[in-house]
Design a binder for this molecule. Structure first.
Ligand SMILES: *Cc1c(COP(=O)(O)O)cnc(C)c1O
Length: 389
């Protein structure tokens, strides 16, 4: 008999090693598979469903816009796009926002901005962007090149010029590149998500900002995963005492709809002009209406709730039997287990909870409003599975 799993295997490009699980429904932090089995969702579609599945307030905001118009070309003005840009600027101090549709696209824009800014202000050859080893910036050819992990590069060359990789948390390694190469920017994630949920050292980040200042470079912060309340502040860079020039985000911004944003601060506010960049779907009114509803709910109360849940997770898991380490920031958590993490993950799924993996770790990216009772239940199960029970 043909079911979605078989049809998918036959017709969808084989880029994903999917688990044997089909989600058919859900509400909040609970989702259901095709057998009606209930799960506590600990990954929110990789940090996308900010307030969980089928959240009432988000549905209302999206539905209201759906009833008006679903798309308009960027030849005309539309209010959701304008209001979201205003909101993001007012909350961060950015001056302008470019909207795309994904994290990779937000980073592509940041790369173009850095290159054009360098052309406009520095000179022809100053195009190199320093990124960090073990980073992840996307799957397009340029963002793949920016990504400092060889596994992703295999088979896809040739790559564009203009990227150099420094060692994370090693300022000398950054200085070395600056000394030997004409650069325009340093690009980094405050917490390397795909790299294993590794927060950068604050001193390193501040050191990069100092080097950027001394050498007239831009700081680009990739907040595709860390952004939109995920780490307990609206954007993670706020916790690292730096003022970036470009901040990119996507994943949680739309609460489940595809949207990416590239926020441009003072030094680069005028870098993009008419015709220099664009995107047909960029600033889509439905996606922007969803994002407005998400951003407007990321107030102190919600962010305090993220910090409270984060502390609870660290307290519960740190030092527990079978758990080697817990890393991360806010509700972006990596768990190193003594048992093979894939085995632990499978045991968790069998018991009705859905964490994911980051490299060899278990990774938790729950909804920012996951009920404490659900979190408690999920952590008990994780501890039991890590122990091998
Ligand atoms: C997921 C991710 C991306 C890529 O986002 P897509 O929407 O998949 O293109 C880029 N950077 C970081 C830090 C990410 O976590």
């Amino acid at each position: 008999m043909q079911n979605s799993k078989n049809i998918d295997k036959e017709y969808v490009a084989g880029t994903y090693a999917r688990f044997d699980l089909e989600i058919v429904d859900g509400k909040g932090s609970r989702v259901f598979d095709d057998d009606g089995k209930e799960y506590i969702d600990l990954a929110t579609g990789i940090a996308v469903n900010t307030f969980g599945v089928a959240d009432d307030e988000w549905i209302k905001a999206v539905n209201e816009q759906l009833g008006k118009f679903q798309h308009v070309s960027n030849l005309y003005y539309s209010s959701p796009c304008a209001l979201l840009a205003k909101m993001l600027c007012e909350r961060t101090g950015a001056k302008k926002v470019f909207f795309g549709n994904s994290g990779a696209e937000a980073n592509e824009c940041a790369i173009k901005v850095a290159r054009k800014w360098a052309q406009d202000t520095k000179g022809e050859g100053d195009y190199t962007i320093i990124t960090l080893k073990n980073s992840f910036h996307g799957r397009t050819i340029a963002t793949l090149t920016a990504t400092g992990q060889d596994v992703f590069h295999k088979d896809f060359g040739p790559f564009p010029q203009g990227f150099a990789y420094a060692e994370a948390n090693n300022l000398d390694s950054v200085s070395e590149i600056i000394k030997n190469t004409k650069c325009c920017a340093i690009m980094m994630e405050m917490v390397q998500g795909e790299g294993g949920v590794l927060p950068l050292d604050k001193e390193f980040v501040k050191g990069c900002a100092r080097l950027a200042d001394e050498n007239d470079l831009l700081i680009i912060v990739d907040e595709v995963q860390t952004g939109n309340g995920r780490t307990g502040t609206l954007y993670a860079y706020e916790q690292f005492d730096i003022c970036p020039d470009v901040v990119t985000t996507a994943k949680g911004l739309g609460g489940g709809l595809p949207i990416g944003a590239t926020m441009l601060f003072e030094r680069v506010e005028g870098t993009l002009n008419a015709g220099s960049h664009g995107s047909t779907f960029g600033g889509n009114p439905i996606a922007c209406a969803g994002a407005i509803s998400i951003i407007s709910r990321l107030d102190k109360k919600t962010l305090d709730g993220v910090k409270e849940r984060s502390k609870y997770i660290f307290d519960e898991l740190t030092g527990a039997q079978g758990i080697k380490s817990v890393s991360g920031l806010g509700l972006m958590i990596g768990i190193e287990t003594e048992r093979d993490s894939t085995e632990v993950l499978k045991a968790c799924m069998a018991r009705g909870i859905l964490p994911i993996k980051a490299k060899t770790k278990l990774r938790l990216l729950p909804a920012l409003n996951i009920p404490m009772d659900d979190l408690k239940t999920a952590l008990e199960i994780i501890k039991e599975c890590a122990k091998g029970e």
